[in-house]
Design a protein around this ligand. Sequence first.
Ligand code: HEM
Length: 83
Amino acid sequence: MPKVSFAADIKPLFRDIDISHMKRFDVELDNYVYMSNPDNADQVLANLSAHNGEPPSMPPGGPYWTADQLALFTKWQEDGYQP
Ligand code: HEM
């Protein structure tokens, strides 16, 4: 299986509204340098994921990422944050 790429596979999962709203909070969803910092990527993934039966916190009210999309993000991390 080819390695997951930020530009080709991950960045397109974020909507323009996600990217623009989160810049205000210094969360740069479209910025490879920001996203390839493992602490930032882990925090983004945590916000996209359900916790203890609670829906994900991001994006507020949904639409939430599917299990396949979350798995792709995890594989991007496991593949070593390819650009
Ligand atoms: C480090 C990760 C993140 C943090 C700490 C974070 C935090 C926040 C906070 C505090 C707000 C404003 C309060 C609220 O509306 O609940 C917000 C708004 C928003 N976030 Fe995030 N967020 C993160 C990641 C994301 C991701 C990954 C997405 C989308 C895939 C996203 C999409 C949005 C959108 C669309 C809004 C605006 C909601 C509105 O104004 O109606 N955020 N975020």
